[in-house]
Design a protein around this ligand. Structure first.
Ligand code: HEC
Ligand code: HEC
Length: 385
C-alpha cells in the first residue's frame, strides 16, 4: 500500500512538469513533399509562433523602423511592391525582394548567392548585414544586437514562447534562437492552392479556358521558347529541395535584360552570378524565380526593372530587352551571354493573352489571406510592415 502510494505521488509529479513542446504537424498543400529542416532547428509550434512575431517586429532593426515584413509583404506573397527595397537608413537595395512563398523548398537562396543554402544563414544578411550590399536592419555591431535583444527579452510574449522551447530559455534566448524561430516561421509559408492548383485537382471551373490554354503553351511549347524548361516543378522554378531529394539543380540564367556597351555587361551592383564565381560567362545570370503568385509580385526581375507581366512577355517575345538611351542603353537581345534558348518568340495576341491568363491563375488567394501569415499585432506600432 505504501509502495503504491509512492508510485502515485511520482506519477503526479510527472504530470505536474511542463509538458514538452509538441512536435510540429505540417499542413502541406496536396502533393507537396515535406520540407527539409536542419537537425538543430526542429519545427515546433512555439518556434513558429515566435518566428511570426519576430518577422513582423520592427524592434529587430537598429532604429526600430524596419521589420522583415517591411520588404516581404504578406499581400504581395511576401515580396516588395517597391521596385527596390529600402533599408533602415534609406539606402536602396540593388535587388528586388523576392517572394517567400514556398521558400522552405529553395535550395540556394538569393538571386545570385549560391553559397547561401539555409534560411538560418540567409537571415544574417538582412539582420547583421553579412554579405549584404546595404544595411537592411542594421544590427551590425555586438552592441546594437545586445540592445535589440534587450528590447525583445523585455516582451513577455517572447519570454513565454522561448520558455516553452526550453526551460530557462525565456530569460536567456539570443540571436541564434531568434534566427532559428524566424526560419521556422518562414518554412510554414507554403502556397499550393492557387486557382490553377484547384483546377488541376478536379475543380474544373476554378480557371478560365484561356488560363488552361496558356498552361499548355507554357509547358509544351511557345513558338521559339519553352517557359517550362526553367519555370517548372513544385515551385515553378528550377532548384527545389525537399525530403528524399538526391541533389539540387539550381539554375542561373541570363535572360538578356541588359547589354551595356554591347559587351554583355550588366549594371554595377547587380551583375549576377559572376559576383560569386568570378567567371565572366556568369555576368547577368540570376536564379530562376518562382511563378507562383507572380501576378502579385510586381515589379519583376532581379532588379524590379520590369513593371508588368505584359512587359515581361514582350521581352521574351523579342528575345531580350532593348534600352535605347541613357546610361543603361544596350540591346539585351544581342547580349553574348544570354541563354541560347531565349531567341525570341512569335506569339499571336491570343497566345500572349492566354499565357498572361495562366500566370494570373497561379495566384493563391488562400495563401495571401491566410490569417496565420498576417501581421500578428496590427494595433501595435512596434510591429507590422
Ligand atoms: C530592406 C528590405 C529587406 C528586409 C528588411 C529584409 N529583406 Fe529579405 N530580401 C530582400 C532583398 C532585396 C532580397 C534579395 C537579396 C539577394 O537576392 O541577394 C531578399 C531575400 C530574402 C530571402 C531569399 C529568398 C529567395 O527565394 O531567395 C529570404 C529567405 C529573406 N529575404 C528573408 C528575410 C528575413 C527573414 C528578413 C528579416 C530578418 C528579411 N528578409 C528582411 C529585402 C529585405
Ligand atoms: C532559360 C530559362 C528561362 C526560360 C526558358 C524562361 N524563363 Fe522566365 N525567367 C528566367 C530567369 C533567370 C528570370 C529572372 C531573370 C532576371 O531577373 O534577370 C526569369 C523571370 C521571369 C519572370 C519574372 C518573375 C519575377 O518574379 O520577377 C516571369 C514572369 C517569367 N520569367 C516568365 C516566363 C515565361 C512566360 C516564359 C516562357 C515564355 C519564361 N519565363 C521562360 C528564366 C527563364
Amino acid at each position: 500500500m505504501t509502495r503504491l502510494r509512492g508510485l502515485v505521488v511520482i506519477g503526479l509529479v510527472g504530470l505536474g512538469c511542463a509538458p514538452a513542446e509538441p512536435a510540429w504537424v505540417w499542413s502541406l498543400p496536396p502533393g507537396f513533399p515535406t520540407p527539409l529542416v536542419p537537425a538543430d532547428n526542429p519545427m515546433r509550434p512555439a518556434a513558429v509562433e515566435a518566428g511570426r512575431l519576430l518577422f513582423f517586429d520592427k524592434r529587430l532593426s537598429a532604429n526600430e523602423t524596419v521589420s522583415c515584413a517591411s520588404c516581404h509583404r504578406p499581400e504581395h506573397a511576401f515580396s516588395d511592391p517597391r521596385r527596390r527595397s529600402v533599408g533602415l537608413w534609406g539606402d536602396e537595395h540593388p535587388l528586388s525582394a523576392p517572394s517567400l512563398a514556398n521558400v522552405a523548398y529553395v535550395a540556394r537562396l538569393g538571386w545570385a548567392t549560391p553559397e547561401v543554402t539555409s534560411l538560418e544563414q540567409q537571415a544574417r544578411a538582412p539582420l547583421f548585414g553579412e554579405g549584404a550590399p546595404i544595411a537592411e536592419m542594421g544590427l551590425d555591431t555586438p552592441a546594437l544586437r545586445a540592445e535589440a535583444l534587450a528590447r525583445l527579452r523585455a516582451d513577455s510574449r517572447y519570454r513565454a514562447l522561448f520558455e516553452r522551447l526550453e526551460p530557462g530559455l525565456g530569460a536567456s534566448f539570443d540571436f541564434d534562437d531568434v534566427i532559428r524561430a524566424i526560419a521556422s516561421f518562414e518554412r510554414t509559408l507554403l502556397s499550393g492552392t492557387s486557382s490553377m492548383d484547384r483546377a488541376l485537382r478536379g475543380e474544373v471551373t476554378a480557371v478560365s479556358n484561356a488560363a488552361m490554354r496558356g498552361r499548355r503553351l507554357f509547358n509544351e511549347h511557345v513558338e521559339g521558347s519553352v517557359c517550362h524548361h526553367c519555370h517548372n516543378g513544385l515551385t515553378l522554378a528550377v532548384g527545389s529541395r525537399f525530403e528524399g531529394m538526391a541533389f539540387d539543380e539550381t539554375v542561373y540564367v541570363n535572360v538578356g535584360l541588359y547589354n551595356l556597351g554591347g559587351t554583355g555587361a550588366y549594371p554595377p551592383g547587380a551583375e549576377g552570378l559572376v559576383r560569386a564565381t568570378g567567371s565572366r560567362e556568369d555576368v547577368g545570370k540570376f536564379r530562376v524565380p518562382t511563378m507562383r503568385n507572380v501576378a502579385k509580385t510586381a515589379p519583376y526581375m532581379h532588379d524590379g526593372s520590369v513593371e508588368t507581366l505584359a512587359e515581361v512577355m514582350a521581352i521574351y517575345q523579342r528575345g531580350g530587352r532593348l534600352i535605347e538611351s541613357g546610361p543603361l542603353a544596350g540591346d539585351g537581345k544581342l547580349n553574348p551571354l544570354k541563354d541560347r534558348g531565349l531567341g525570341g518568340m512569335t506569339l499571336s495576341k491570343e497566345q500572349t493573352a492566354d499565357l498572361l491568363a495562366y500566370l494570373e491563375s497561379l495566384t493563391d488567394e488562400a495563401f495571401l489571406n491566410d490569417p496565420r501569415f498576417q501581421n500578428p499585432f496590427p494595433e501595435e506600432a512596434s510591429f507590422g510592415p
